[in-house]
Design a protein around this ligand. Structure first.
Ligand code: ZN
Length: 502
């Protein structure tokens, strides 16, 4: 008995219950906090706060310990001391009991991530590492996007694993594809008018999602396929008999390809625009650390990986990441890898940090000889401080850098242009302050023989920004903004090239 008491004292001392507030980000927007309580690894959230996050009515009967949440006429019932919830008469296991703290009921947070809860609320919750409650509209089909290429028009639709689809011709004027039991988060209908495709749409119908393509003329064919991680449906529309090369998968590795084909592909590769994504820091260099312990190196890697996957869908692009895992890569190695790859554009991804706790928002830097303001100079010191970990001093590199930088005016102009396009595309999507485009002397940008910019997505030293950076929905918006910015810049460059070739 005494041993048991001692043991329980020891256990509670090593991992005491903890009360606090969990940050909530909904669809990329900061939504305040929900009261939380932790016992060991179990996270509980205040029933009242969960109700307000989801817009549900909360009925709390403290005497009986009964708790009812009502949303669009459907009830979720919980009971203090019970580890089961009841939704429309169906039981959902909670993994832990509903508890009482003071006079308030707290529910195990795991409930929010269950399929049943998502189906009830129409929102999908993600407890990203238990630090941030990230909520977004449920969608198993979409978003949808399209792009025009030399010989085909490509439609890409994100699709959850396990869903079954079926394509069919729609008379001669187009094609339809239905996804059984697909849920569309955001229905869309868009004009394309690129000579092949007149319009595309993604719509919700009873029990299915429908993707429709209307052709602009006759003699058009289509082919559907898939690519993975995440699963995406590809529909290519082309004229004539031969489908485009990469339909339904990545091009084969160069090993087993016939020489003629290899040569053809090589010339295609040459025309591709080479993009380097540089996730900052890694390994022993964590970068900035948030107040809740979020590490810059982790956030920037997650965003960079999602961005790379997105860019790899484009036939016109070739993508290189300077690191793909949590690994220390010296700055000089990053720019060297970019140069060997033949980079046309270099983008370094970071999170900001400041001793001024109120600083927040995103900003974009491109290389210059001198920093444009004192804050930019401070940031340069911060991002360059990794050089000390590498056992080099900034001065040692100075002479070589000055020489190289003299031939960089052209890249700097291009980088300034790209920075502006990037800023515009991010500003449209992000619910944070736009701190603008600045100049600074970042080391990693200096050694790169290409237009290079550095993006600081938001501040890890700012409470709300840290929550945003920790949420999937905010990261998705960053990826979308950077992707759009890159595509706009690439298209501009390609138009210029065609212009000079004529
Ligand atoms: Zn950084």
């Amino acid at each position: 008995m005494r041993l048991a008491i001692l043991l329980s004292l020891l256990l509670s001392a090593s991992s005491p219950p903890w009360g606090g507030a969990m940050e909530v980000v909904s669809d990329g927007r900061y939504k305040g906090t929900a009261e939380e309580y932790r016992v060991g690894k179990t996270v509980y959230l205040s029933a009242k706060d969960v109700g307000s996050v989801y817009g549900a009515q909360v009925y709390w009967f403290p005497v009986s310990g009964r708790l009812k949440l009502s949303l669009r006429g459907r009830q979720l019932e919980l009971m203090v001391g019970s580890d089961t919830a009841v939704l429309d008469g169906k039981r959902i296991p909670l993994g832990a009991q509903v508890i009482l703290k003071g006079t308030e009921a707290f529910m195990p947070a795991g409930l929010l991530s269950t399929k049943e809860f998502s189906a009830w609320t129409g929102l999908r919750a993600d407890l990203d590492g238990g630090k941030v409650l990230s909520v977004e509209k449920v969608s198993t089909v979409g978003p949808m996007r399209w792009s025009t290429h030399g010989r085909h028009t490509r439609l890409v639709v994100e699709l959850e694993e396990g869903l079954v689809y079926k394509g069919s011709d729609r008379g001669v004027g187009g094609m339809d594809l239905v996804v059984l039991r697909g849920v569309v988060g955001a229905a869309r209908s868009e004009r394309v008018d690129d000579g092949r495709v007149a319009s595309v749409s993604l719509a919700q119908e009873a029990g299915l999602a429908r993707i429709s393509v209307r052709f602009a003329g006759d003699g058009l064919n289509w082919k559907a396929g898939e690519i993975k991680d995440p699963r995406r449906l590809i529909v290519d529309v082309y004229s004539g008999d031969e489908p485009p090369p990469a339909s339904g998968g990545r091009p084969a590795p160069s090993g087993g390809v016939a020489p003629a084909k290899a040569a053809a592909r090589e010339s295609r590769e040459k025309r591709r625009f080479h993009i380097v994504i540089d996730p900052g820091h890694g390994g022993k260099d964590s970068g900035a650390v948030g107040r809740k312990g979020t590490l810059e190196k982790d956030v920037v890697l997650a965003v960079s990986q999602a961005l790379a996957r997105r860019l790899e869908e484009e036939d016109s692009l070739e993508v290189l990441m300077t690191r793909r895992e949590d690994r220390f890569v010296p700055l000089a190695e990053r720019s060297q890898a970019a140069n060997e790859f033949g980079a046309d554009l270099f983008i370094s991804i970071h999170c900001n940090s400041s001793p001024k706790k109120i600083d927040n928002g995103f900003e974009i830097y491109f290389l210059s000889e001198k920093a444009s303001d004192p804050d930019a100079a401070r940031l340069t010191d911060l991002e360059n401080s990794v050089l000390e970990l590498e056992g080099k001093s900034v001065e040692e590199e100075e002479a070589e850098i000055i020489l190289r930088a003299m031939s960089r005016t052209e890249f700097m102009n291009e980088a300034a242009r790209f920075a502006a396009v990037l800023g515009k595309n991010l500003g449209k999507r992000l619910d944070v302050a736009d701190r603008g485009v600045k100049q600074a002397g970042f080391y990693v940008l200096r050694g790169t023989d290409a237009p290079a910019v550095l993006l600081e997505m938001a501040y890890l030293s700012h409470r709300k920004d840290e929550a945003r950076l920790g949420s999937k929905s905010f990261r998705k918006k960053v990826v979308e903004g950077v992707y759009r910015g890159i595509m706009e810049f690439v298209k501009e460059k390609q138009r210029e090239k065609e212009g000079t070739a004529l």
